[in-house]
Design a protein around this ligand. Structure first.
Ligand SMILES: C[S@@+](CC[C@H](N)C(=O)[O-])C[C@H]1O[C@@H](n2cnc3c(N)ncnc32)[C@H](O)[C@@H]1O
Length: 272
């Protein structure tokens, strides 16, 4: 297959990537047939997957606006993905032109496309790094150069922790990042779960199987397990809830949401 200009050299075009599959669910154009095939297979079990992703993005944008309204002007977005509509730096800088954003992802297409989108913006950068090695993130020159960790930061872990298996100690990684943040920092996260999915567990397990097949397991966690990522934090109201239930823009909107949007959990915690 021919490599398009936006795809960096050296990536294996025969293996689906979760980043490019996510781009496909959201209607983006930075994906290959191999990604679309895997995403379509996942959607055979859960046809509403794109609705989940849209609810995830909508939550993320509300949480970024909440952070800016709370006086936060620095964002560390880990597992940031391929830029799409309403990215963190756009939402944050629309509310506060001085807001600084560091994106982090380990996917080469996400990194390359982010570099292209952020070219010329001296307050938003992308660092290629892995959430499983938090020290590398904290020591990364893009982060130490742009963010002041002595002041509060919003740490975004949106739709990424469910790609970290227990063997890779996601709680330890989040704890190490949290330790490095100033009091008053926010942890913003969403996480997949069997809870809330409007289909049987067997159907949802079919989707999980597709991610297993592409050797990028999707780890479903319970609400209780997801709550453990917020150790040392006070939950911002309304706590750990379904995505549309977290501070909806209008009181009516949750009821109008697609049932799939209530899959999994979203929450924001404030470091004490
Ligand atoms: C589903 S996308 C979420 C993108 C964005 N956070 C959002 O919610 O719209 C998950 C992203 O996490 C990235 N990711 C997965 N595991 C990672 C890891 N260990 N380190 C860094 N990024 C990771 C993937 O490459 C992908 O871009």
């Amino acid at each position: 297959m021919e490599r398009p200009a936006w795809a960096p050299q050296g990536i294996d075009l025969s293996v689906p990537s979760v980043s490019r599959m996510y781009d496909f669910y959201l209607g983006g154009s930075h994906n290959f047939e191999v990604d679309r095939e895997a995403a379509r297979k996942a959607m055979e079990f859960l046809p509403g997957l794109p609705k989940i992703m849209q609810a995830n993005r909508a939550f993320m944008r509300r949480a970024v606006r909440y952070a800016v309204d709370s006086g936060i002007d620095q964002f560390l977005d880990i597992g940031s993905g391929i830029p799409t509509f309403g990215n963190v730096h756009e939402v944050a800088q629309a509310a506060d032109p001085d807001a600084k954003v560091v994106y982090v992802d380990h996917d080469p297409v996400a990194v390359a496309h982010s570099q292209a989108v952020l070219d010329g913006d001296d307050r938003a950068v992308i660092a290629a790094a892995d959430l499983r090695r938090p020290k590398e993130i904290l020591d990364h020159p893009e982060i130490t150069g742009l963010l002041d960790l002595d002041r509060p930061v919003a740490l975004l872990l949106v739709a990424v922790l469910h790609f970290i298996e227990d063997a890779d100690d996601p709680r330890g990684a989040v704890a190490e990042l949290r330790e490095a943040l100033a009091p008053g920092s926010l942890i913003v996260l969403t996480h997949a779960s069997y809870e809330g999915i409007p289909r049987s567990r067997e159907e949802a397990a079919g989707t999980v199987g597709v991610y297993e097949d592409i050797r990028n397991p999707l780890v479903m966690r319970s609400r209780e397990e997801i709550g453990e990522f917020f150790e040392g934090c006070t939950m911002v109201e309304p706590g750990l809830v379904a995505m549309p239930e977290w501070r909806p823009d209008t009181p009516q909107s949750p009821a109008q949401e697609d049932p799939y949007a209530f899959s999994g959990f979203a929450g924001v915690g404030r470091k004490a």
